[in-house]
Design a protein around this ligand. Structure first.
Ligand SMILES: Cc1ncc(COP(=O)(O)O)c(C=O)c1O
Length: 358
């Protein structure tokens, strides 16, 4: 093999090169899809629920990008569930009131069954979050939040949480490790819905947890082995393939989003534009309220009315159409997941949808 330099690789190079078979004659350059429910006995793997070479390749890439060791799960919410299980019976979990709705629903379900107490906070109010940390066993952060796009001061909150002896978990789905590395800001565990940007093509469901703490890794791996919330091999391979172009897709989505934000801020039908300054998610509030928002999502041809986000294709959705969405999210809020299409085409389509909504 050619000599390596000591220079650390940039994330773009890691995304392309990590998790590959060794460079050797007749080795495939791509990681094969290993369909296997069992392996020859007495090795490291033993059984399909304990490990798989295709998952391992995905885990190597994402773990390297986040700066820890990664475990893939069957979905983002399976990961959330496994990580929330770190806390003991009756513990308090602090979480953003505008965290991904499925996470808030899981907390509510656990609370209703007496498993834990949740304390929901405005994650952008650092002092309030720091004050809440005092009673917490686990502080859950999401930054930016979905779909309010609030930002958390991860470093300050992590310090306060650790002083209180609490775990700090950051859902990094929106920022991706290319825009935010929570482990370097003090988080103990990073969680992803890899269904979104990491896979990026709207064709796979997968989750991931990353930690730099070996004992936490062992606990989470033990839970995955025991509960069986394991990824499908094909899904892990699709997500691995998606990761290879994450930097390119994100750059394009971001430059498209930046241009659209400028147009939207100047449009009379839009009363508010929320954009954290990076990433491909933009939330707009329609001046005409929910009716205008419902009309918009029915009146475009490129923008697809669909839930989920982070794919190459542009999608949008009025979030309050879901009964479970909190009342503090405006009725007329539409979350845009900006894709990688030509931005002029995207704006022309959106502009014609907004016509008549003023
Ligand atoms: C921020 C965030 N976290 C977690 C999830 C849950 O992931 P999954 O749908 O892969 O279970 C989602 C899904 O939308 C999400 O947006």
């Amino acid at each position: 093999m050619a000599e390596q330099t000591d220079r650390p690789l940039s994330p773009a190079t890691t995304a392309v090169t990590a998790g590959r078979p060794p460079h050797a004659p007749d080795q495939p350059l791509n990681t094969p899809i290993t369909m296997a429910s069992t392996y020859g006995a007495t090795g490291d793997l033993e059984y399909g629920r304990y490990g798989n070479p295709t998952w391992a390749a995905f885990e190597e890439v994402l773990g390297t990008l986040e700066g820890g060791r990664c475990l893939a799960f069957s979905s983002g919410l399976a990961t959330v569930s496994t990580v929330l299980d770190l806390v003991g019976q009756g513990a308090t979990v602090v979480a953003p009131r505008h965290a991904y709705n499925g996470t808030v629903m899981q907390l509510a379900d656990l609370e209703a069954r007496g498993r834990l107490t949740s304390q929901l906070v405005d994650v952008s109010d650092t002092q309030a979050v720091v004050a809440a940390c005092a009673d917490a066993a686990l502080v859950w952060l999401e930054s930016p939040t979905n779909p309010a796009l609030e930002l958390a001061e991860i470093e300050t909150i992590a310090r306060a949480a650790h002083e209180a002896g609490a775990y700090v978990v950051v859902d990094n789905t929106f920022a991706t490790p290319l825009r935010q590395k929570p482990l370097s800001l003090g988080a103990d565990v990073v969680v992803h819905s890899a269904t979104k940007y990491l896979s990026g093509h709207g064709d796979a469901m997968l989750g991931a947890a990353v930690t730099a703490d070996d004992s936490l890794y062992d606990v989470l791996k033990g839970r995955r082995d025991l509960v069986g919330a394991i990824p499908g091999t094909l899904e892990a391979w699709l997500a691995l393939r998606g990761l290879r172009t994450l930097h390119l897709r994100l750059e394009r989505a971001e430059s498209n989003a930046t241009a659209l934000v400028e147009h939207l801020r100047a449009h009379a039908a839009v009363s508010e534009v929320r954009y954290p300054g990076f990433g491909g998610i933009v939330s707009i509030v329609l001046a005409g309220g929910p009716d205008a928002a419902d009309r918009l999502v029915r009146s475009t041809s490129l923008w697809v009315h669909a839930t989920s986000l982070g794919g190459v294709e542009s999608t949008f959705e009025r979030r309050r159409r879901w009964k479970s969405e909190p009342a503090t999210i405006p009725e007329g809020l539409v979350r845009l997941s900006v894709g990688v299409e030509d931005v002029e085409d995207l704006w022309a389509d959106l502009q014609q949808g907004l016509r008549g909504l003023v």
